[in-house]
Design a protein around this ligand. Structure first.
Ligand code: GDP
Length: 363
């Protein structure tokens, strides 16, 4: 899973990204401080893995992971090539979802590129850049499609759909806002438009607001805006996230407790991204390793097997499946089997979150 972090300059992207990579990319109080898109890989927090690893005496734990791409430099006029904008826009095309950091903190010492704090204006600025970029790409493709569709009838439906999308973009609205049938959505998907990518708004607040943001008017506006759009908001304090890097687990916990927080903003962000993208994990456990595998909700057992290895998918016989809670309660797979808690599922079984699976397959 690839996520792209975007946002106007000076909203806290690098600060958040630093906490993701712990590598310490440049963070400074001026625009364009982070020109190259960077990649940071983080583990998806999953307490079940630790418990299962203990039970199985596993040598290692392999959590699911997600990649964050730091797509800095997206400014007003990016789609016109300003501030190396086009390069950044093309990076967004490669991600599964967008994490948009919006500034919801006041700080006189940190300039805002547009002079004041106004997260909705910022969101609209970025939206427009994505829309312009889509528009430019789509205008070319629709005009080419128009010519081709004259000779090839089967292209006419695609042309109709894309004309519809084009007219929405021309109104300055995201392609995301269109109400389309499943069939139309499939056509649209192949175009990989920026303004169809799911978005999570990451409202960056000051230390004092992160625990209770009911009085932060900026956050409230973002929440309202996102609700209308059907998007999610995660409230973080990027500075706290940065503070947390470098601390060991114990110190992290203590630090969060003193701030009145249960878990880090990054963990909440990762979890939200997971649910936004309709993802879940199934688990495998043994002496070698305990591991989480990322799949889309609704994935069948045979396709889940393919995540591990194409040979397992090809030779699939059955999936010996147990919910991790049952397994933990029994204390061993043998005991769980005796009690008949291990189910034998076939190819078409729809995988459930927290399934612990052993695939049987023909070599
Ligand atoms: P970017 O341009 O979006 O990557 O922004 P940076 O991460 O470089 O942040 C710009 C400045 O804002 C830096 O000086 C950060 O330390 C500061 N900053 C980031 N998050 C917060 C925050 O939550 N509160 C305050 N007051 N400052 C922050």
């Amino acid at each position: 899973m690839k996520l792209g972090i975007v946002g106007l300059p000076n909203v806290g992207k690098s600060t958040l990204f630093n906490s993701i990579t712990e590598a310490g990319a440049e963070s400074a109080n001026y625009p364009f401080c982070t020109i190259d898109p960077n990649v940071g890989v983080v583990d998806v927090p999953d307490e079940r893995l630790t418990l299962l690893a203990k039970l199985s005496n596993s040598k290692k734990i392999v959590p699911a992971s997600i990649e964050f791409y730091d797509i800095a430099g997206l400014v007003k006029g990016a789609s016109k090539g300003e501030g190396l904008g086009n390069k950044f826009l093309s990076h967004i095309r490669e991600v599964d979802a967008i994490v948009e950091v919006v500034r919801c903190f006041e700080d006189e010492n940190i300039v805002h590129v547009d002079g004041s704090i106004d997260p909705i204006r910022d969101i609209e600025t970025i939206d427009l850049e994505l829309i312009f970029s889509d528009l430019e790409m789509l205008e070319k493709r629709v005009s080419a499609l128009e010519k081709k569709a004259k000779a090839e009838k089967e292209l006419r439906e695609e042309l109709e759909v894309m004309k519809k999308v084009l007219s929405v973009l021309e109104e300055g609205k995201s392609a995301r806002s269109l109400d389309l049938s499943d069939e139309e959505k499939t056509i649209l998907k192949s175009y990989n438009l920026l303004s169809t990518k799911p978005i999570i708004y990451c409202a960056n607040v000051n230390e004092d607001d992160v625990n209770d943001y009911s009085k932060n008017k900026y956050v409230q506006k973002v929440i309202e805006y996102a609700k209308d759009q059907g998007s999610e908001v995660v409230v973080i304090c990027a500075r706290i996230e940065e503070e947390l890097t470098g601390l060991d687990e114990e110190d992290k916990k203590e630090y969060l407790e003193t701030m009145g927080l249960k878990e880090s903003g990054l963990n909440r962000l990762i979890k939200s991204c997971y649910s936004l993208l309709g993802l879940m994990s199934f688990l495998t456990t043994g002496e070698m390793e305990t591991r989480a595998w990322t799949i889309k909700k609704g994935t069948t057992a045979v396709n889940a097997a393919g995540k591990i290895h194409s040979d397992i998918q090809r030779g699939f016989i059955r999936a010996e499946t147990i919910n991790y809670k049952d397994l933990l309660a029994e204390g061993s797979l043998v005991k769980a089997k005796e009690k008949g808690l291990v189910r034998l599922e076939g190819k078409d079984y729809i995988m459930q979150d927290g399934d612990v699976v052993l695939f049987r397959f023909n070599v």
